[in-house]
Write a protein that binds this ligand. Structure first.
Ligand SMILES: [Mg+2]
Length: 363
C-alpha cells in the first residue's frame, strides 16, 4: 500500500465531555470538564487516522461535532493528502474565514490525515516528519489556584520528576502573588523552574507593574499577561520587564503568528497544534520561529506535540496538561521530566472505547 493510494472512506466525529479531576482553575474561569470531539478518518485501506479537538466549553461541543459531520460528504473519496485537503477546505471556508470552529475542524482533519499517513507508513509520526524520536522536556501545568491545594499539587508533581511547573496568576492583589511565588520557590528549591500564566487578565499598565515586581523572582516566563490579540500591548510589556513574555496559544494559524512576531510581541512562542492549523500549520509555525531564533513551546495536546516538538528546530518546553488522558487507552506519561513521543505507528492515539461510551454526549 503506497501512501498516495489512501483515500477517505468516512469521517466519524464523536462528542465526549470528560470530567477533569481536579478541575483546571485559571484567572479567566475554571475548566471543570474537557469537551472533546474525537475524529476518526477511516480510509479505503482499513487504516483509521485519529485526532481530537478541545472545545474549551461544552457550549461549543455539539456545534463542532456537527460541523465535522457536515464536512464528511466533502471528504469521502479524497486522497489522504493533508496539503490537498487543506486547499479544498480553505477554499470552502474562505468567505467565512479559517478561525474559530472552522479552523478547529480543519486542523482536526489535518491531524487525523497525518496520523493515517504515518500508520500507513508503519512509523511514528515523528519519523514520518523526518525527526528522531527524542525525549522532550515537559513542564507540568498545575491545575489549582487556591494556595494550599496549589502548593500540595506542586510538591506532588515535583516528586514525580518534573523540573518545571506552571502556576496560574491573576489574584486580586500583587502582594498575594509575590508571596505565593516566593512560597513555591521556597518549597521546591532552586532545581525546579517556575512559569506563570495570567490568562489575558491584566491591562497593559497593570501587567508592567506586576511583572516588574515579579522580575526578581526568576520566573522562566510569564504567559499572556494581557489580551491575547493585543500584540502592541504585549510588545510594550515585553520591552518594560526582564522576565520573558510568552504568548501563542490563541494564534489562529501561522499568519497570526507572523504578525505577532513582526510586532515583537513576545520573547518566546507557544502555538497550539489545533489553533495553529494541525500538523501542517505547526510545521509552518516551527519554520517561522526558526527564522527568528524564537524558543517554541507547545500548548495542550501532549501526544501530538511530543512528535512535533521533536522536529521543531527551536523546541523549548512541552506543556503537560493531559485533558484527553481519561479516554485514551495509553495516556502519555512523563518520565523524569521528559515525554517520549509514542513509538506506535501514527501519533499514538487509541481510544479507550468503554471510557468514550461513558462520556459520550449525544445531541
Ligand atoms: Mg496559557
Amino acid at each position: 500500500m503506497t501512501q498516495t493510494s489512501l483515500t477517505i472512506h468516512h469521517l466519524r466525529a464523536r462528542a465526549v465531555n470528560v470530567p477533569l479531576m481536579p478541575p483546571v482553575q485559571t484567572a479567566s474561569g475554571t475548566v471543570a470538564s474537557a469537551p472533546l470531539v474525537l475524529i476518526d478518518l477511516e480510509t479505503n485501506a482499513g487504516i483509521t487516522g485519529s485526532s481530537y479537538l478541545f472545545c474549551y466549553t461544552p457550549l461549543a461541543l455539539g456545534p463542532t461535532a456537527q460541523l465535522l459531520a457536515n464536512l464528511a460528504p466533502l471528504l469521502v473519496g479524497e486522497a489522504v493528502a493533508p496539503g490537498l485537503l487543506e486547499q479544498k477546505l480553505q477554499a470552502r471556508f474562505r468567505l467565512l474565514g479559517p478561525q474559530g470552529l472552522t479552523g478547529m475542524a480543519m486542523a482536526g482533519i489535518d491531524m487525523a490525515a497525518w496520523d493515517a499517513l504515518a500508520k500507513a507508513a508503519n512509523m511514528p509520526l515523528v519519523q514520518l516528519l523526518g525527526g528522531p524520536a527524542r525525549p522532550i522536556p515537559a513542564y507540568c501545568s498545575l491545575r489549582s489556584m487556591e494556595r494550599a491545594a496549589l502548593l500540595q499539587e506542586a510538591e506532588t508533581m515535583a516528586a514525580t520528576g518534573f523540573t518545571a511547573l506552571k502556576l496560574r496568576l491573576g489574584l486580586p492583589h500583587l502582594d498575594a502573588e509575590l508571596e505565593l511565588v516566593q512560597a513555591m520557590r521556597q518549597q521546591l528549591g532552586p532545581g525546579v523552574a517556575l512559569l506563570a500564566d495570567y490568562n489575558q487578565t491584566l491591562s497593559v499598565p497593570e501587567a508592567i507593574r506586576r511583572i516588574r515586581a515579579l522580575d526578581e523572582l526568576g520566573l522562566t516566563w510569564i504567559e499572556e499577561p494581557t489580551r491575547a490579540d493585543d500584540d502592541a500591548g504585549h510588545a510594550a510589556i515585553a520591552r518594560a520587564v526582564a522576565t520573558p513574555i510568552q504568548i501563542g496559544e490563541n494564534w489562529w494559524g501561522p499568519h497570526e503568528m507572523a504578525r505577532s512576531i513582526a510586532a515583537n510581541a513576545s520573547d518566546f512562542v507557544m502555538p497550539d497544534v489545533m489553533k495553529i492549523g494541525g500538523v501542517s500549520g505547526w510545521l509552518r509555525a516551527a519554520a517561522l520561529a526558526e527564522t527568528q531564533g524564537l524558543p517554541l513551546s507547545s500548548h495542550l495536546f501532549p501526544e501530538f506535540s511530543a512528535h512535533l516538538l521533536a522536529v521543531t528546530p527551536t523546541a523549548h518546553w512541552l506543556e503537560f496538561l493531559d485533558l484527553a488522558g481519561p479516554i485514551l487507552a495509553a495516556p502519555p506519561t512523563v518520565q523524569g521530566g521528559f515525554l517520549h513521543p509514542s513509538t506506535e505507528p501514527g501519533a499514538g492515539l487509541a481510544w479507550d472505547e468503554s471510557a468514550v461510551a461513558r462520556f459520550l454526549v449525544s445531541d
